[in-house]
Design a protein around this ligand. Structure first.
Ligand SMILES: Cc1ncc(COP(=O)(O)O)c(C=O)c1O
Length: 366
């Protein structure tokens, strides 16, 4: 097996970042507590949301946000066909029905022109996913949602600190969900945060993620006012996140630079199209489209360069299987889209190496 010298992505917890983890250990407080609160407060402040609630993952966060917004079992929820399957699974966890909508081939995000025909009497929510930090068309989506009285829960798993106009993604709908899994800018191992500016949603979220308790209890004679679950992020995990936050602006800058270098050097190479990253957006990763996607991925691998093929569209996955005919854009692009090495640990020289390899591939492919 070729050793990968240029990773597609890698998380990084530096030695100096351990101090918050150490603090939780020193306090002998490894459950959810003051550090989880601090992490929530930092995230809320960073994106300009009134409230933030941490959770075990973004999948759990989406489930909790839908439930807190009043979506119930049997309701229908609109989900883009091109997303990581977690978006659909979170809806299923609620007992609600996943209704898939094709995507805009320019952005890979839910196509607003196809939303209206997917709405029925049972539709209660839309989940726009900001794929790779690229904003879904939130103006169109919020207008449709208003007209049909639908909740908007943003899946901003890949869009932490990415902006749509003047606002941060995740803060435009009723609630937004971030992921802090290993392939994100900040990683708590696994973890998610819901942001909202609705007091009602915030107050519903707290007992929902903690066994129906509005306040932390003893685990003994607590009074549980409602149904709730255990989706708590621990202080150990929050400690990993707090430590890394001091690198945030450097990491975001590097990811933007990776994208800018690719966009510049891959212009006019073969049939490559670099998907857009617009003003204010943070490219979580850089993605391209090419008809030779599979061959290119294999070639890069042979050179020790790791890349990642795009998801199969949700309608192709067994649990949500439907005909390709209803989803022409996601079907076509799932064969063509590729994420290039995008880690914030990469240097200019690494990106140049990748671009050179891609140029060589297309030279020989002619
Ligand atoms: C678009 C999208 N939604 C949801 C998730 C689920 O996040 P998590 O792994 O934190 O549950 C991911 C995962 O990275 C994702 O990319």
């Amino acid at each position: 097996m070729t050793r990968m010298t240029i990773p597609w992505w890698q998380p990084k917890v530096e030695k100096g970042d351990y101090r918050f983890i150490q603090r939780a250990l020193d306090r002998n407080f490894v459950n959810e507590g003051p550090q989880a609160r601090e992490f929530e407060e930092r995230i809320a402040k960073l994106v300009g949301a009134r409230y933030a609630v941490s959770a075990t993952s973004c999948t759990a966060a989406i489930f909790l946000a839908l439930k807190a917004a009043g979506v119930k079992a049997g309701d229908e929820v609109l989900v883009p066909d091109m997303t990581f399957i977690a978006t659909a699974h979170a809806v299923d966890l609620l007992g609600a029905k996943v209704v898939l909508v094709d995507v805009d081939p320019q952005t890979l995000n839910i196509d607003p022109s196809k939303i209206a025909r997917a709405i029925t009497k049972r539709t209660r929510a839309i989940i726009p996913v900001h794929v790779t930090g690229r904003a879904a068309d939130m103006n169109a989506i919020t207008q449709i949602a208003k007209k049909h009285r639908l909740a908007v829960i943003e899946d901003a798993a890949e869009a932490f600190m990415s902006k749509y106009g003047k606002r941060f993604l995740g803060t435009i709908g009723d609630a937004g969900c971030f992921s802090f899994s290993p392939n994100k800018t900040i990683s708590t191992g696994q973890g998610g945060v819901i942001v909202t500016s609705s007091k009602k949603i915030y107050e519903a979220l707290k007992p929902l993620k903690d066994q129906g308790r509005p306040q932390r209890g003893t685990g003994g004679d607590d009074v549980h006012f409602s149904v709730g679950y255990n989706f708590k992020l621990t202080d150990l995990q929050a400690g990993a996140g707090l430590g890394q936050l001091k690198h945030l602006s450097k990491r975001l800058k590097r990811m933007k630079r990776n994208y800018a270098l690719y966009a510049k050097h891959l212009k006019g190479i073969g049939d490559i199209r670099v998907f857009p990253s617009r003003k204010g957006e943070v490219p979580q990763w850089t993605d391209i489209e090419t008809r030779k996607r599979d061959e290119l991925e294999k070639y890069l691998r042979s050179k020790g360069i790791d890349s990642r093929k795009y998801w199969h569209p949700i309608h192709r996955q067994r649990a949500y299987r439907q005909s390709d005919n209803k989803f022409p854009a996601s079907t076509r692009l799932s064969y063509r889209a590729l994420w290039l090495p995008s880690a914030f640990t990469l240097s200019d020289a690494d990106i140049h190496t990748v671009c050179r390899a891609i140029k060589d591939f297309f030279k020989n492919a002619r």
